[in-house]
Design a protein around this ligand. Structure first.
Ligand code: FES
Length: 902
């Protein structure tokens, strides 16, 4: 058939059943993304005869004789379309994976649609931004400063280096490359929550035309590992193998088929005949702990302990107990005691780019893994251990990563891809479908948290007790770290002489939990901050006053429970400022109920986080001068939308007296050097940025030394400029210093603390249970903010993601153990219409530990949101919700029962 694509008359031959999205990608239009293949997310939006469509829903043959315009057809780097320019000027993106589709849709909006933008954009989802920056782009707001207009580069709103590539659709995400000879891998997944594999007959699958091989447990190394990636591999239990003989959740891999096409691989999977012995399953942590419950991981106790599983026979991965003072005495001294149990549900990262990778062996025999990951170096290490190969024979890299939020701090696909490419001797690609992403990757740990608080009449805390039961699902990736972290800062933020914390994390036959923005703190903070408000009501004390009275203060001892190293220091302190900023802004909000159907109220919650994970985090950076007088900066950390690339350029430019545009950045490629533990724990700025600062400062010193020796002057007499060095009024081109290089390292062993306070004013609609947010205010103690525009975006995005979890997101498990809502249509994430703008306020602090005074701020804004919302709803309605999400039907039912009870 013939059609016009981006202004070119083209001929195409669609495959039977092929959609327009895959046809366009096959023809090199990589700006057309896959987010769902179900018409829900809009990442694949294109214009068909000028009208926006989801190309995943459009049969390719229907494009015959039509005009198709992708983001690349709107404009190009040399001639941006006005909508592309608007998104660039506003920086209307973070990871950028949704951006091409957003721009295509916005470009076709008429005035009427622009006037009701949230409605017009309901078919385009963004998981990163919270939509404010996108609204700004549509409104023509310029958020990005041009670097020549600013006197210094840190503390300024400079744009991301990938900006032009993102808005023109030329940024290369994991699968946006044409690989000759590419083959495709699909996975057969378990239909049972718990079963033993008896036999697999591969005969029919291997007979499917195009199928190249089938991998089963017989092809799998019997090497036990954790899919979780940490600097210290002992942080997680070794409870996984590539292909196992025991199925522990619905959706676990059973076998893999590699074929010439995706369709042939799927057909091969359908022809695999598997015999299972179905075993009894446990689907809740409470039932998993019941005496006699089936063991999810069975085996000799000594072997299980070697794999760092505390008590496998009783499904216990780990437990902790700790405290200070005398809890009983603290409770006895209290005038008021409050105790209650709180529940957080299973939610998912839902990054727009699903887990995807391409593996191949290059001409030098190097196993190359091009993957969507937050941790390229740790994946390299894990593959080396698994395959028994030297690390240097494995290269792991990522270019643009389409969101992560902790979900890509795992090795979820690279292991099977490595086996596959080594078997077939050709490049192999695996792209998880959205349904696989929901059902078979990882989610936030559901937790049941019991809290007991004791206080004197004046509000002074005398006792604080926390008991946590965490559900890690079928595997223990991040189980231990999340439990320990969740029980750390949530309790440490309060000064109280008597504290006790207990926690258990258990296996169930459900999809594995994992790392997720906040790393356990959102669940425990929901419980403690809800309980503090309930205590405030009992005491008749204002919630802000109760926090002020009991908040941790500089000089207080940092108390850590469960054995984490007590290496946290006050690099700065801004909690008091955050509380006052939110209180002032909320108190100025005077919106009232518009009718008796509505109740209005306000609520707040606070949170603390240790910047940098404990137990080691390493980063190295290298910077050198190229022959053309530019700097070349190499860092190991990956940028998956956090904006760390921009921050690194700003930090380096500041140290060198230069401009970000004079620095070329290479990153997240193990072949380039610059070891990095990974982009997690909010370390991209705090640890890796510090390494960059040290490298840049070292290079600046080298330049001055060289300049002094060239001109026989004292060191320090030279001044560094953007593209030259000034020595005694003489200008010397930086190119004269080509080859000079320096390295910097940071080990993240000194850890600081950051704070967040969230406030809401809400209206609750009694006839429907709907919650309308009248005001959202977030104060962040991020130290010195290196890029306020980006940091604000991180806060807005964190609040937005947390609001989705607080209001309606829930990954549901049915009676068979299967995820029953594995699609965006049934697992609703916030659209532009669902989210209020959030006022973002920054405390005025300067951290003595982080680079240029900065602290972390990419994950912690998530943590206080659910509690602040529940506290506002309770203030409005007198009904306390101790379980998330606060979905409209749940709220309506509770309000109705409350009204009926009088
Ligand atoms: Fe929209 Fe990442 S910027 S999904």
């Amino acid at each position: 058939m013939r059609l016009v694509i981006d202004g070119e008359d083209r001929e195409a031959t669609p495959q039977p059943g092929q959609c327009l999205r895959t046809l366009l990608r096959d023809m090199g239009r990589f700006g057309v993304k896959r987010g769902c293949d179900a018409g829900d997310c809009g990442a694949c939006s294109v214009l068909l005869d000028g009208v926006p469509v989801h190309s995943c829903l459009m049969p390719a043959f229907r494009a015959e004789g039509r005009v198709v315009t992708t983001v690349a057809g709107l404009g190009n780097p040399a001639a941006l379309h006005p909508t592309q320019k608007a998104f660039l000027d506003a920086q209307g993106y973070q990871c950028g994976f949704c951006t091409a589709g957003m721009i295509v849709t916005v470009s076709a909006l008429d005035q009427g649609q622009l006037a009701s933008l949230p409605e017009a954009m309901k078919g385009n989802l963004c998981r990163c931004t919270g939509y404010r920056a996108i609204s700004d782009a549509v409104a023509g707001v310029t958020n990005v400063m041009t670097e020549h207009a600013v006197a210094t580069v840190t503390g300024r709103d400079l744009g991301a280096p990938s900006g032009v590539a993102v808005v023109t659709g030329t940024a290369r995400y994991t699968l946006d490359v044409a690989v000759p000879g590419l083959t495709h891998l699909k996975l057969l997944r378990s239909p049972h929550a718990h079963a033993r594999l008896v036999a697999i007959d591969t005969t029919a699958a291997l007979a499917v035309p195009g199928v190249l091989c089938v991998l089963t447990h017989e092809d799998s190394p019997q090497h036990h590992f954790s899919t979780a990636r940490h600097q210290d591999w002992r942080d997680d239990p070794d409870d996984s193998v590539v292909l196992d003989t025991v199925m522990r959740f619905v959706g676990q891999r059973v076998a893999a088929v590699v074929a010439e096409t995706v369709a042939a691989a799927e057909a091969g999977c359908a022809q695999l005949h598997v015999t299972y012995e179905v075993l009894p399953a446990v689907l809740t942590p409470q039932s998993a702990l019941t005496p006699g419950a089936p063991a999810v991981h069975d085996g000799p106790p000594e072997v299980m302990r070697e794999r760092r599983i505390r008590d496998a026979a009783h499904n216990l991965v780990a437990e902790l107990a700790g405290g200070v003072g005398d809890l009983a005495a603290g409770l006895a001294a209290a005038d008021v005691v409050h105790s209650a149990e709180y529940h957080s549900q299973r939610v998912q990262h839902a990054a727009m780019e699903t887990n995807a990778a391409i593996a191949f062996v290059d001409a030098d025999g190097i196993l190359v893994m091009r993957t969507s990951t937050q941790v390229p170096y740790l994946v390299q290490t894990a593959l080396a251990d698994l395959l028994k190969r030297p690390r240097e024979t494995i290269r792991v890299l990522c270019e643009q990563v389409g969101g992560g939020f902790g979900g890509k701090q795992e090795m979820l696909i690279e292991d099977i891809l490595a086996l596959a490419t080594l078997r077939v001797g050709r490049p192999v690609q695996l792209e998880l479908t959205r349904a696989e992403q929901f059902a078979a990757t990882t989610c936030r740990h559901p937790m049941t948290v019991s809290v007991r608080l004791g206080a004197r009449r004046d509000g002074t805390l005398t006792a604080l007790e926390l008991d946590v039961l965490s559900d890690t699902g079928a595997y223990g990736n991040h189980a231990i770290g999340v439990l320990f972290h969740g029980c750390g800062e949530s309790v440490a933020i309060y000064r109280c002489p008597n504290k006790r914390v207990t926690g258990r994390v258990v296996y169930t036959n459900t999809p594995p939990s994992g790392a997720f923005r906040g790393y356990g703190l959102s669940q425990t903070i929901f419980a403690i901050e809800s309980a503090m408000d309930e205590l405030a009501v009992k005491l008749g004390i204002d919630p802000f006053d109760l926090r002020h009275r009991n908040r941790i203060k500089p000089g207080d001892q940092m108390v850590s429970f469960g054995g984490s190293p007590e290496d946290v220091e006050y690099g700065s302190y801004g909690l008091d400022q955050c509380l006052d900023l939110v209180r002032d802004r909320l108190s100025a909000c005077t919106e009232q109920a518009e009718s008796t159907d509505w109740s209005v109220g306000s609520g707040m919650a606070m949170a603390m986080i240790d910047t940098i994970p404990p137990r080691g985090h390493f980063a190295t950076s290298r910077i050198q001068i190229a022959a053309d007088g530019h700097y070349e900066l190499t860092v190991g950390t990956a940028d998956f939308g956090s904006g760390s690339s921009t921050v690194h350029l700003q930090i380096a430019a500041e140290a060198l007296g230069s401009l970000p545009s004079r620095i070329r950045l290479a990153q997240s490629d193990t072949a380039l050097g610059g070891y990095d533990s990974g982009a997690f724990g909010s370390t991209g700025t705090v640890v890796a940025g510090l390494a960059t600062q040290r490298a840049a400062e070292a290079l600046a010193a080298l330049i001055r030394k060289r300049a002094a020796s060239m001109h026989g002057r004292e060191e320090g007499s030279s001044v560094l400029h953007a593209d030259h060095v000034e020595i005694a009024s003489q200008e010397v081109s930086l190119g004269e210093f080509a080859g000079l290089a320096a390295e910097g390292a940071s080990d993240g062993s000194r850890r600081s603390i950051a704070f967040n306070v969230q406030g809401f004013r809400v209206a609750v609609h009694h006839p429907t249970g709907r919650i309308r947010i009248l005001k959202s205010v977030h104060a962040a103690d991020a130290g010195r903010v290196i890029n306020p525009m980006q940091c604000r975006g991180q806060v807005e995005g964190g609040v937005a993601q947390a609001l989705g979890a607080a209001l309606f997101e829930e990954l549901r498990i049915d009676a068979s153990g299967a995820v029953s809502n594995a699609a965006f249509r049934s697992y609703h994430i916030p659209t532009m219409a669902d989210l209020p703008p959030t006022d973002v306020l920054f405390a005025d602090t300067y951290d003595l530990i982080g680079p240029a005074g900065a602290k972390s701020m990419s994950e912690s804004p998530f943590n206080p949101v659910a509690a602040a919302l529940a506290n506002a709803v309770a203030d409005a309605t007198d009904v306390r919700f101790r379980r998330t999400p606060l979905a409209a039907d749940i709220v309506w039912r509770a309000l109705s029962q409350h009204a009926a009870a009088g």
